[in-house]
Design a protein around this ligand. Structure first.
Ligand SMILES: N[C@@H](CCC(=O)N[C@@H](CS)C(=O)NCC(=O)O)C(=O)O
Length: 246
């Protein structure tokens, strides 16, 4: 069967990052590693995505949203290469780390960008430069309110900043303890679960200027070195300039 024509549609860059979205970075890393040809396209407005979120993959003209569904599709396309060699226990551990990263730590990272009033100007410059100057502050403020509501609904938004920092520290400690000093989660080559963690951590370590969560993450040098290792091995970096992972 011929390889389908694939285009990965991502959010694009801001804050010194080439790609601000951990979900998009994860899929870029996976496609590179599977050595599947694809094109990259940027869509700065997630509302134009099929489910209002990025990334989505265009497969021969058909839009496939959600990074996890994209992973499943790529596993099928490659006849099982995505999870090849993993035991059931490793997959279980990988799935648990994915949920920790994408459904908990991710939201604290989002809050550190959007809900810190001193940092929010970077979000406005990074995400809302496409809005006409006159309405930009209002559009940005409305979007910020939506993020606050979502964060409150999740539950994390009901905690003090100190409590949020402690939640983040426990998540980061768990990731730091889960990743090895050398190599990758489940061996000498990185796999989808490494891409999930490194996709998220790349943005946390390299966003410019740093948010408060970057300072917490800097207390975990093993996790930082691991994040660099995954980016170097895949050749996919979150930051604009490859190299200089200091
Ligand atoms: N479960 C989705 C999450 C994707 C996601 O949250 N993407 C963010 C960018 S990092 C987004 O598009 N947010 C826009 C919004 O929620 O309005 C996936 O795995 O693809």
């Amino acid at each position: 069967m011929a390889t389908p024509d694939l285009t990965l549609v991502t959010l694009g860059g801001a804050f010194g990052l080439r790609n601000v979205s951990p979900f998009c970075l994860k899929i870029e890393m996976l496609l590179e590693t599977l050595d599947i040809p694809y094109q990259l396209e940027e869509e700065p407005d997630p509302r134009k995505a099929p489910k209002g979120k990025l990334p989505y993959l265009i497969v021969d003209g058909q839009k496939l949203p959600d990074s996890e569904l994209i992973v499943e599709y790529l596993d099928e396309l490659t006849q099982g290469k995505v999870y090849a060699g993993l035991t059931a226990a490793e997959r279980a551990q990988g799935t648990a780390l994915t949920r920790l990263s994408e459904d908990h730590l991710y939201w604290i990272m989002v809050a550190s960008r959007w809900l810190d009033d001193a940092w929010f100007k970077n979000v406005v410059d990074g995400f809302f430069h496409i809005a006409p100057a006159l309405v930009r502050p209002l559009v940005a403020k409305l979007a910020q309110r939506r993020v606050q509501q979502t964060y409150n609904l999740h539950g994390l938004g009901r905690h003090t900043l100190k409590e949020q920092e402690d939640f983040a520290r426990r998540d980061l400690q768990a990731l730091n303890d889960a990743v090895p000093e050398e190599g990758f989660l489940f061996g000498a080559t990185p796999n989808i679960f490494d891409f999930t963690i490194a996709g998220l951590m790349a943005g946390i370590y390299d966003q410019q200027p740093p948010t408060w969560i970057t300072h917490v993450a800097n207390d975990f040098p093993s996790l930082k070195a691991y994040t660099e290792r995954v980016q170097t091995t895949t050749g996919i970096y979150g930051r604009e300039q490859a190299g200089d992972g200091s």
